[in-house]
Design a protein around this ligand. Structure first.
Ligand SMILES: Cc1ncc(COP(=O)(O)O)c(C=O)c1O
Length: 360
């Protein structure tokens, strides 16, 4: 049987999907200033390098991974019990575990749009529908429309706080309203940028067992390439989620690296969220204001910029060795998303952007 003959057997909802395309292919991103994927732009800390080398030298790679030692350390960092946590292969897998646990073909997930694309990708694979409520035109959370859209078909509410790509944050009051509305309706709060915002719904967990929180080691902890995320939820829910994730889905190097980050007595990983939020982003915003560049304020270390000619600006920056991310969603298709880095890196961006503006 040829490949072609098998295609009709693939589920219709999967055939209808398109493949996720990263903004660039076949380029060596290490040679650029990476302001395109909301990554950590600092070099990997020495404590992580040492831990990974030690792991390899101790011949741990042939062994299947084991999470028991790591879970109490993660629990201490998060401030919960180990039983309330499940580690996943990036928080992308956390999204998949939660969606697969609650949604079947035809079920409805409610979330504001434009939102993080993995939600529609995974809902699409399941055959679930996303009821997308647009952010307001000035990019605020559409509170009224959102709650008016909750219906008996809603099987999962997703609140990305703050949202990627818009950077819009959601108040804890709104999150509590979602949790209170229907106690049997699960509410997933994506806190991928928690270390940058400091805002969390963790305190609501004791009162609302329908709350599920996602976090990641990809951003503040600089482990995007190793793929480590986690779910925080009621222990009973964690038991169910554990059945959806594979027993060894999180690789052993991710655990070794995360352990090293959490054990670092100086907690030097904090430098990146602190510098980006307290120094680099204010600096960038002041630059945009001074040069009358339209941008949308954001709660995290990235934001949307709206140049007069978006594609020209993105191409110019790339020629200067700086990657930013052109947005494709219709509501924001005249913008690019950029993260900030250290102050020096952000100044490299503003110098290039000032040159670009001078040439207009
Ligand atoms: C809001 C949000 N959730 C989840 C993720 C997935 O992160 P990861 O799979 O690297 O943990 C991202 C990544 O950019 C994100 O922005």
């Amino acid at each position: 049987m040829t490949q072609k003959q098998l295609i009709p057997c693939v589920q219709e909802q999967i055939k209808a999907l398109s493949i996720y395309k990263p903004p660039w292919s076949a380029i060596d991103r290490t040679r650029f200033l990476r302001f395109d994927l909301n990554e950590n732009t600092l070099p990997l800390p020495d404590c992580v390098k040492t831990a990974l080398k030690g792991w390899i030298d101790a011949d741990r790679i042939p062994l299947y991974p084991e999470y028991a030692d790591f879970m109490p350390k993660l629990a201490q960092y998060v401030g919960t019990a180990s039983e309330q946590l499940l580690v996943t292969n990036g928080s992308d897998q956390a999204i998949e575990v939660v969606l697969r646990s609650f949604l079947s073909k035809g079920d409805e997930l409610l979330m504001a749009q434009p939102g993080f694309p993995m939600f529609s990708q995974i809902a699409g694979v399941i055959g679930a529908k996303i009821k997308g409520i647009p952010y307001t035109s000035d990019l605020r959370f559409p509170r009224q429309d959102f709650f008016a859209a909750v219906s008996s078909s809603t099987k999962l509410i997703v609140l990305v706080n703050p949202d990627n790509p818009t950077g819009v944050s959601i108040s804890q009051e709104v999150i509590e309203e979602a949790l209170r509305q229907r106690p049997e309706l699960p509410v997933l709060v994506d806190e991928a940028y928690f270390e940058f915002t400091g805002a969390t719904s963790l305190e609501l967990l004791a009162q609302y067992p329908n709350l599920i929180i996602l976090r990641t080691f990809s951003k503040a902890f600089a482990l995007g390439g190793l793929r480590l995320g986690y779910i925080i939820a009621h222990p009973d829910l964690i038991t169910e989620f554990t059945k959806v994730r594979g027993p060894f889905d999180v690789n052993t190097c991710a655990i070794a690296a995360a352990e090293a980050q959490l054990a670092d007595p100086a907690a030097s990983w904090r430098r990146f969220p602190q510098e980006t939020m307290q120094v680099s982003k204010p600096y960038l915003e002041a630059f945009f204001k001074e040069h009358q560049v339209q941008y949308y304020p954001s709660a995290a270390h990235f934001l949307l910029v709206e140049p007069t000619d978006r594609d020209q600006a993105v191409t110019y920056l790339k020629e200067q060795g700086i990657l930013v991310r052109p947005m494709l969603a219709p509501a924001i298709k005249t913008t690019f998303r950029m993260n900030v880095g250290t102050l020096a890196q952000t100044q490299q961006f503003t110098a290039a952007y000032a040159d670009y503006l001078r040439q207009q």
